[in-house]
Design a protein around this ligand. Structure first.
Ligand code: HSE
Length: 410
C-alpha cells in the first residue's frame, strides 16, 4: 500500500478523491499497489463527507510523515503551493500537481530539486486538462526536435468564442454562462485576459525546447476586445477567431512565445475545435505535425490526468521519470515583431479616401466587408509583412482609430 496526501479540496482536489475512490480497485491493479489517501490538507472544514476524518489543516503533518510517499498539490496559486511542494520534494516525496501557475513560474527549480532528491515532479494535468500532452512531448516525441507548438489552450475562452460565433452571444453574456457552468477560473481575468493560456504555453515551450520560458516573457493578449463585428468580418472572409498560444524555435536557438486572438482559416483543424475543448498542434522535425484534442477543462478530466501521474509515481517510487528543463534567461525569448505575418485590421476614419490610402500603404491588402458596415469603418487583411512594419505603417497613418487587430494563423 502507498500512502498519499492531497493538498487542496477544491474543484480539482475533490475530483481527485472521487476518481481515486470510485476507481479504487482498477487503479490498484494498474499501479500494482493499493493507493491510500491518508491526509487531505485544506483550511476549510468538510464535516459531512464520508472521508471527513482525513482532513488536516497543518502542512507539517504531511511534511514530517515518512509514510507519505506521494503528495498531490491541487491548491492553485504560487503560495503556499510553492513552499509546500518544495518542502515535500526536499523530504524525498514525489509531487503531482495540476497547478499551471506554479509550474510556469517555478518548474525548472522544482524539477531540479526533484532530480537532486531522486523523486518525481509530474504535472500532466497542468496543460490541456485531461488531454495527454506533456508526457507525449517529453517521451513519445523524444526523437524529434520540436519546432513549433500552437494550440487552443483555454477551455473557457474557447467556449466564449464558440458562443459568440455560433449563437451570436455578446462577450459578457457568454462569460456569465461559462462561469455558471463552472469552466472559468475563480478570477475570470485569468481566462479572458490570456494569463491561463500564457502559463500553459510557458510549460509547453519549456518542456519542448528544454529551457524555462517565464510568463512575463510571453506577450499576452486576451479576448475582451473581440466583438461580434470582428466575427462578422472573419466569417465573411472564411475564418473564425480563436485564442491561440504559440511558441516556435528560431534558427538562433532562441524562441518566440505569444498568446493572443487570431484569425484561423475555417479549413484549419483548430477552427473546428469548439466549446470547452482544447487542441494542441505540435510540429516535430521527424514526425511532422501531430495534434492532440480533448476536454481542456473540468473537474474529472483534470483529475484523471492527476491520478494518472499518481499511478506513474507509484510505479516509479524508487526511480526517476526523465523530465527536466533548465532555468531560462533574459534574452532567450525573442519578440515576435520580427515575424512575417498577415494581420486583420479594423479601424474607423472620417476620411472618405481611407480605402485608397489603405490600398496604397498595404499593397495587396484584402478589403473585408460585413452586413450593416458603417461608412466610416474599414477592415482589411494586410499582405504578409514583418509585424513591426505593419505596426509602424499603422502608427504613421493619420485620422484613424484602430478598433481591432489580430494575427492571421498560417
Ligand atoms: N480555466 C481553465 C480553462 C481551466 O478554461 O481552460 C483549465 O486549466
Amino acid at each position: 500500500m502507498v500512502n498519499i496526501a492531497i493538498m487542496g479540496h477544491g474543484f480539482i482536489g475533490s475530483g481527485v478523491v472521487e476518481v481515486l475512490t470510485k476507481n479504487h480497485d482498477h487503479i490498484a491493479a494498474k499501479a500494482k499497489e493499493e493507493i491510500n489517501i491518508k491526509y487531505i490538507l485544506d483550511i476549510r472544514d468538510f464535516d459531512d463527507l464520508p472521508y471527513s476524518d482525513k482532513f488536516i489543516k497543518d502542512f507539517s503533518v504531511i511534511e514530517n510523515d515518512d509514510s507519505i510517499k506521494i503528495v498531490v498539490e491541487v491548491m492553485g496559486g504560487t503560495e503556499p503551493a510553492y513552499s509546500f511542494v518544495k518542502a515535500c520534494l526536499l523530504k524525498g516525496k514525489s509531487v503531482v500537481t495540476s497547478n499551471k501557475e506554479l509550474v510556469a513560474a517555478k518548474g525548472a527549480e522544482l524539477l531540479q530539486i526533484a532530480e537532486e532528491n531522486n523523486v518525481n515532479f509530474l504535472f500532466e494535468g497542468s496543460v490541456g486538462g485531461g488531454i495527454p500532452i506533456l508526457r507525449p512531448i517529453a517521451q513519445c516525441l523524444a526523437a524529434n526536435d520540436i519546432l513549433e507548438i500552437v494550440g487552443i489552450l483555454n477551455g473557457t475562452t474557447n467556449f466564449i468564442l464558440t458562443k459568440m460565433t455560433d449563437d451570436g452571444m455578446e462577450f459578457e453574456e457568454a462569460l456569465e454562462l461559462a462561469q455558471h457552468l463552472g469552466y472559468a477560473e475563480r478570477d475570470p481575468s485569468a481566462d479572458v485576459d490570456g494569463h491561463d493560456a500564457c502559463r500553459k504555453i510557458c510549460i509547453l515551450a519549456s518542456i519542448a525546447f528544454g529551457k524555462h520560458v517565464y510568463p512575463n516573457q510571453v506577450k499576452t493578449e486576451g479576448i475582451r476586445k473581440i466583438t461580434l463585428e470582428d466575427f462578422a468580418y472573419a466569417v465573411g472572409a472564411g475564418y473564425t477567431v480563436k485564442l491561440l498560444g504559440r511558441t516556435k524555435l528560431l534558427d538562433s536557438g532562441k524562441v518566440i512565445a505569444t498568446v493572443g486572438p487570431c484569425f484561423v482559416d475555417h479549413t484549419s483543424p483548430l477552427a473546428n475545435v469548439n466549446d470547452v475543448f482544447n487542441s494542441v498542434l505540435v510540429r516535430g522535425d521527424a514526425i511532422g505535425d501531430v495534434s492532440f484534442y480533448g476536454r481542456g477543462a473540468g473537474k474529472l478530466p483534470t483529475a484523471s490526468a492527476v491520478v494518472a501521474d499518481v499511478i506513474d509515481c507509484v510505479k516509479h517510487l524508487s526511480a526517476r521519470k526523465y523530465l527536466f528543463w533548465a532555468e531560462g534567461s533574459d534574452d532567450y525569448v525573442q519578440s515576435a515583431d520580427g515575424e512575417a505575418v498577415k494581420m486583420y485590421v479594423r479601424l474607423t476614419s472620417e476620411n472618405k479616401l481611407m480605402g485608397q490610402i489603405i490600398a496604397e500603404k498595404f499593397q495587396g491588402a484584402q478589403m473585408l466587408s460585413r452586413e450593416n458596415q458603417p461608412d466610416n469603418e474599414f477592415a482589411f487583411i494586410t499582405p504578409k509583412l514583418k509585424k513591426y512594419i505593419i505596426e509602424d505603417t499603422l502608427a504613421d497613418m493619420k485620422d484613424i482609430t484602430i478598433i481591432g487587430k489580430m494575427h492571421i494563423l498560417e
